[in-house]
Design a protein around this ligand. Structure first.
Ligand code: G
Ligand code: G
Ligand code: MN
Ligand code: NA
Length: 261
């Protein structure tokens, strides 16, 4: 309750900040971008993670202005990285931003996104919006329309926590998504050696289906080199996890990306 009532003032006082976790190409190990992860530097409680306050912000509607703020900061950060990397061998870095279901139903989503990209001078293809699989289960056309418009503009849409939502796989064809983010639980199945044979088969099947539908596969929660190698062999495209880097300040991503330029 205390946290809930403190949220609006926290946004005004700029108590939120963003950490960035690198997204790495499994084929060559290069840094391709990052996921933006919001935190709250609470004056009494210290740093709070998103699971402590995102549900509260969703409940009160503050998620809309907070989400807009995260998008604005992240897109500006992507512009900064791209400017500083211009002329190097690295591919232009991309930014992934999480959207909560309430933001999807907010009428201003498409226009806000267009305005934020234009104000920062960033191409839509620099941005990927992550939506959880569960938010899109049974989604009707009204819910999908804004995502379709964003996808037509060139914004990538990723299906986050994929594989946990029991969605009908045939349903994927109808969704304007271009990336599947495999849930961390599958990566955990690659921990032991030999890897869990059922997880191997499931990931193999998901990758094959995804690629046949022209979707890229990103894996989350990679903690060891053995997991990364297994997932690379299975054909996954991009990886994220503590093995590469924990979420951190934006300068760190810059250093990591330049180090492999
Ligand atoms: O930062 P952490 O690794 O604890 O992330 C936990 C969860 O919080 C993730 O599932 C992520 O999707 C969610 N999250 C992080 N930042 C944001 C944000 O800016 N908006 C929304 N809606 N969710 C976020
Ligand atoms: O959007 P999503 O819920 O997937 O956000 C990613 C979450 O996973 C964040 O809370 C992040 O801190 C966490 N995370 C990122 N990398 C790893 C990892 O390698 N292992 C584990 N256990 N958690 C991770
Ligand atoms: Mn995510
Ligand atoms: Na996820």
């Amino acid at each position: 309750h205390g946290l809930t009532t403190a949220l609006p003032a926290a946004l005004e006082r700029s108590e939120f900040f963003i950490e960035y976790q690198p997204l790495v190409h499994l084929g060559d190990g290069s840094v391709r971008g990052a996921e933006a992860l919001v935190r709250w530097l609470h004056p009494q409680h210290g740093v709070l993670g998103p699971d402590r306050f995102i549900p509260l912000a969703e409940h009160t509607g503050l998620i809309v202005p907070l989400g807009r703020w995260v998008l604005e900061q992240s897109v500006r950060q992507a512009r900064d990285w791209r400017e500083r990397h211009a002329g190097t061998a690295t591919a232009p870095l991309r930014i992934n931003v999480n959207l909560s279901p309430c933001q999807l139903t907010h009428a201003g989503l498409v226009q806000d996104t267009v305005d934020i990209l234009q104000a920062a001078g960033v191409e839509p293809d620099a941005l990927c919006l992550e939506v959880t699989e569960s938010a899109l289960i049974g989604a009707d056309d009204d819910l999908l329309k804004p995502l379709r418009r964003l996808a037509e503009m060139g914004v990538d849409i990723a299906l986050d926590d994929f594989g946990t939502g029991y969605s009908n796989l045939a349903n994927l064809r109808r969704l304007p998504v271009s990336i599947l983010k495999l849930d961390r639980s599958f990566t955990q199945g690659m921990q032991q050696f030999p890897a869990d044979p059922v997880d191997l088969k499931i990931v193999e099947g998901i990758v094959s289906l995804a690629h046949s539908l022209n979707l890229a596969v990103t894996v989350e929660g990679v903690e060891t080199g053995a997991q990364a190698e297994q997932l690379r062999i299975l054909g996954c495209d991009t990886a994220q996890g503590w093995y590469y880097a924990r979420p951190g300040p934006p300068e760190r991503l810059h250093d990591l990306a330049l180090a492999d330029a």
